[in-house]
Design a protein around this ligand. Structure first.
Ligand SMILES: Nc1ncnc2c1ncn2[C@@H]1O[C@H](COP(=O)(O)OP(=O)(O)OP(=O)(O)O)[C@@H](O)[C@H]1O
Ligand SMILES: [Mg+2]
Length: 268
């Protein structure tokens, strides 16, 4: 544990405050996401988790505080500017292009990160999706296979279940080869098998590609199992941070969120 504190974080925020009228959604929140680790962000409904994701990904300017990517202040960067640095996110409520197939979504995302200039032509004409190179095919096929999406690769995303849509969104996010991936409730709407697959894909992304993940997740057992460090928000305030063991035994966390021993054990 001790050495990791000296490592330059990939993504960090310092004293971030966001107000919505009278509501203080985030009150001077700081956290860091080191390279190739999974960091958890948990807290009850309305704690400010999605708001912090919006601040980190550039969709919302904080009223105070700053965001840094590999030590550089990116608080004024747009979401697109941050994406170019290697910051990707998934949404609590995924947005897709209904007419595109599963494979096209993943291929488009991969192409955005590798051959930016061709993407809009491909999207407008539709023909470009057929002109593929072997590296692209290998990466896209690999992601589809890892998430068991190969059998539905040619189906339009319109009409897919929420669980399937989430898997496509995750494949799409990973296809951009992100340095940091922000995941907002990735297991919500997934069944047990899909959840297992998704968590395995997270571990592979960290182990094989060195991706850093910041994970918002209501399933406490997932967070306790996957994350090396966990931050706990309550009413916009960070009430605790530490290893899973430290957070599990933190009195403030128990009172505010986990409730009791059984809640931790069951992953409620
Ligand atoms: N666009 C907005 N306008 C006004 N208030 C907002 C807005 N977005 C969030 N809030 C408020 O800010 C607080 C934090 O909301 P946020 O969505 O970040 O919480 P959360 O931790 O993601 O909750 P959940 O677990 O339900 O997803 C809540 O009180 C919420 O009502
Ligand atoms: Mg949320």
């Amino acid at each position: 544990m001790s050495a990791s504190t000296d490592v330059q974080p990939r993504l960090e925020c310092h004293d971030v405050t966001v107000r919505f009228g009278g509501v203080v959604a985030l009150d001077s929140v700081s956290l860091a996401v080191p390279p190739a680790t999974i960091v958890g962000l948990v807290g009850p409904n309305g704690a400010g988790k999605s708001t912090l994701f919006s601040v980190l990904s550039g969709l919302r300017r904080p009223d105070a505080g700053r965001v840094e990517f590999e030590g550089k202040d990116i608080t004024s960067y747009s979401a697109q500017g941050r994406a170019r640095l290697g910051l990707a996110r998934t949404f609590q409520h995924p947005e897709m292009f209904p007419g595109l197939t599963v494979r096209e979504h993943v291929m488009l995302a991969h192409r955005i990160s590798t051959k930016r200039s061709r993407v809009w032509t491909d999207l407008v004409t539709g023909r470009g999706f057929r002109r593929t190179d072997p590296e692209e095919v290998e990466r896209v096929d690999g992601l589809l296979a890892a998430l068991s999406l190969s059998p539905i690769g040619d189906r339009p995303v319109a009409g897919l279940s929420l669980g399937m849509t989430r898997l496509v969104e995750l494949a799409r996010a990973l296809a951009t080869n992100p340095a940091v991936l922000l995941l907002d409730e990735p297991s919500s709407g997934l069944d047990a098998l899909e959840t297992e697959q998704v968590t395995r894909v997270f571990e592979l992304a960290v182990e094989r590609r060195g991706v850093s993940l910041l994970l918002v997740e209501h399933d406490v057992s997932i967070v306790l199992n996957l994350c090396s460090r966990i931050h706990v928000l309550d009413f916009g305030v960070k009430i605790a941070a530490g290893t899973p063991d430290e957070v599990r035994s933190d009195a403030a966390v128990r009172a505010a969120y986990l409730g009791d021993d059984q809640a931790v054990g069951k992953g409620a």
